[in-house]
Design a protein around this ligand. Structure first.
Ligand SMILES: Nc1nc(=O)c2c([nH]1)NC[C@@H]1CN(c3ccc(C(=O)N[C@@H](CCC(=O)O)C(=O)O)cc3)CN21
Ligand SMILES: CC(C)C(=O)C(=O)O
Length: 342
């Protein structure tokens, strides 16, 4: 009760300081009877980043939902998001899971590869994705360097993702060798999504973004890794860049769902990087073979911004409908006053 009251008081104080920002009224003057009641309600201004709430919101996806989708043989849909708008649209489109992948390094931060992104950057983006996601199950990707040293380090990082990143689960790359780490995190009550096959954080050791499991020996390693992360407690596992037939066999051998990316149609679900599949990149950029481009966001954004540029230059924009009126007498009086000033 004490906590609830102090939280309300704190959020009121925040609203108040926002309300009065830029005004010369003292804070106490804003504390009128008419203001207080609205302060105590959850207010949603017309500028709310969520827009108008949906009339019939989707049911929240939980670990249980994912389990029953898997049991029914219904494919699980997952997509990456890296900020509020990209998560908002993914959630509205009915994705079962939203991943704040470390591909964020490249697609949102302009870095060369995923090894450069740091924990604090991942957490900032997780928080914005979490704010937009009302139904999908959220996953935060542990960045390179934040979990490999020891299970205790990994658990500490995973806890930060939950507490500060506000996501519901974490993903980490690696097979057998990561089993003790996965066990440490899952036994603390944090769901873990495994990731085997091509593990981009290890691209230097793999010799680049190489398809994995192309030999009998390689495929056996993928299967053993997947079984090991399942045994360690993962609720599902990402299979990246492995031959479709291999991924299908691995999927059959597992009890947990497999989420494929470049792993064919025999997986229990699919994941893609959102900017890839929406076509939010300039022509000529390299795309992995497995990506299907479902949209052309780049061309549409470019068209809109170029038209805006042309209309500003030609004074077509803003038109009268984009402006605010003032009454004639007020304007005349203002012009007189203005003329007196200089
Ligand atoms: N924008 C983006 N999309 C992704 O899917 C993605 C990232 N970034 N960053 C991290 C990883 C890297 N990914 C990749 C990147 C390239 C290939 C690739 O070049 N594959 C080749 C085969 C190469 C080989 O076997 O030698 C291909 O033809 O697709 C695969 C996965 C997937 N992930
Ligand atoms: C491609 C997915 C699986 C990923 O790990 C990422 O976006 O970082």
């Amino acid at each position: 009760m004490y906590l609830a009251t102090s939280l309300v008081a704190r959020s009121c104080a925040t609203s108040l300081s926002r309300c009065t920002a830029g005004s010369t009224r003292p804070l106490s003057a804003a504390l009128t009877k008419s203001f207080l009641p609205t302060c105590l309600q959850t207010r949603r201004s017309s500028h709310s980043p969520m827009g108008t709430p949906s009339a019939n919101p989707r049911k929240k996806v939980t670990i249980g939902t994912l389990r029953s989708l898997h049991k029914r043989g219904e494919p699980i849909t997952m997509i990456t998001a890296h900020d509020f708008p990209s998560a908002h649209v993914a959630d509205a489109a009915g994705m079962d899971m939203i991943l704040v992948g470390d591909s964020l390094a490249m697609v949102a931060l302009g870095m060369e590869d995923t090894s450069e992104v740091i924990l604090e950057e991942m957490l900032l983006h997780c928080r914005s994705v979490a704010r937009a996601t009302k139904a999908a199950f959220t996953v935060g990707d542990l960045p390179m360097g934040s979990y490999e040293i020891a299970p205790a380090q990994a658990l500490e990082t995973a806890i930060r993702f939950i507490k500060e990143g506000r996501v519901q689960s974490i993903k980490l790359e690696g097979g057998k060798e990561m089993a003790p780490t996965i066990e440490r995190i899952t036994t603390a009550g944090i769901p873990v999504l495994g990731h085997v096959g091509l593990t981009p954080q290890r691209q230097n050791a793999l010799g680049g973004f190489r398809v994995q499991g192309k030999t009998s020996l390689g495929a056996t390693k993928v299967l053993e890794d997947a079984l090991a992360v399942q045994e360690a407690g993962c609720f599902a596992v990402v299979l990246e860049a492995v031959p479709a037939e291999v991924a299908a066999v691995v999927t059959q051998k597992l009890d947990i769902p497999t989420i494929g990316i470049g792993a064919g149609n025999g997986c229990s679900g699919q994941v893609l990087v959102q900017v890839d599949m929406t076509g939010n990149f300039p022509p000529g950029r390299f795309l992995p073979k497995f990506v299907k481009k479902y949209g052309d966001v780049w061309t549409e954004s470019l068209r809109a911004i170029e038209t805006y540029r042309d209309e500003v230059k030609s004074r077509q924009y803003p038109a009268p409908e984009h402006t605010y009126p003032i009454q004639r007498e007020e304007l005349e009086s203002f012009v007189k006053a203005a003329n007196k000033v200089i």
